[in-house]
Design a protein around this ligand. Sequence first.
Ligand SMILES: Nc1ncnc2c1ncn2[C@@H]1O[C@H](COP(=O)(O)OP(=O)(O)OP(=O)(O)O)[C@@H](O)[C@H]1O
Ligand SMILES: CC(C)(CO)[C@@H](O)C(=O)NCCC(=O)O
Ligand SMILES: [K+]
Length: 267
Amino acid sequence: MMLLVDFGNTRTKWLAVSDSDADAWAVSGENSLNQEWRACGYELSAIQIVEQISKDLPSSSTPIVVASVKPSVSEPIVDILREKYRVHCVVSESAFEGLVNAYSDPTAMGIDRWLAMIAGYRRSQGQSFIVVDCGTAITLDAVLETGQHMGGFILPGLNKQLNALLSNTEQVHSGQIRPEVSVELGQNTQTCVFNGIVTQIVALVEKISRQLSANGFPKVILTGGDGELIKDLLIKEISEESENITYVPLLVFEGLLTNALKELKKM
Ligand SMILES: Nc1ncnc2c1ncn2[C@@H]1O[C@H](COP(=O)(O)OP(=O)(O)OP(=O)(O)O)[C@@H](O)[C@H]1O
Ligand SMILES: CC(C)(CO)[C@@H](O)C(=O)NCCC(=O)O
Ligand SMILES: [K+]
């Protein structure tokens, strides 16, 4: 067994992967990962987070593979885990198999983006692709069929955009509950706010998709808490490409597992 841990900006998520799931993944990359990941927020102390994670660690021989975009939180936790377990932390690199990072300093790239690209590269099998992670921040990264990463975008996530707007205006409000959103002009404050935020994201993804490759529409792989919403809206907008547009909630974990298996020389 192996435990994959992803320290995001808002919470820590982890997923236990059995040896049989890992072997199946190494051979085929099939969608065979157990979907039961767990998460906890940063209101907990390092010790409490270690306690939560440890519940999924049956023995001290279980390797732990860590990805973090929040070192201030993850480093003390990793130090505690290392007292008892084997912990391996992955970092962004200039290349992974045929995938080539566009950053001149790859270590400056958030590991979640690099792992999402590694997983996207495996899934897209020689087709150009775009990965869009709709989490605390929204990131978009575009990769050509050759494996060359062209670059990306980083923008505030849906909640961050909403909060920035609401906290700086007096008469803009968002209502009590999220309305049914769409890529349509709004006719009251609430739909103007929500439709405005989602429409710019859908339009951005569509723009980059249409310009990425001369060889047709790329695969578009969405992940993150708001990824499914954006996927549904994107499919309504460009229905003729719906088979190319997917939501993969475990995309970062897939990349982490792929990276870990290569490290452990199992791939
Ligand atoms: N159960 C949920 N818990 C938290 N956020 C959720 C949930 N369901 C949907 N969301 C949406 O997901 C977004 C956060 O995305 P995600 O869960 O990927 O972020 P995260 O856990 O903070 O990860 P990261 O810190 O890696 O970005 C929020 O904008 C929120 O609207
Ligand atoms: C952009 C986020 C916050 C998305 O989680 C993360 O990937 C990150 O902290 N990145 C570092 C900056 C960069 O990727 O260029
Ligand atoms: K994220």
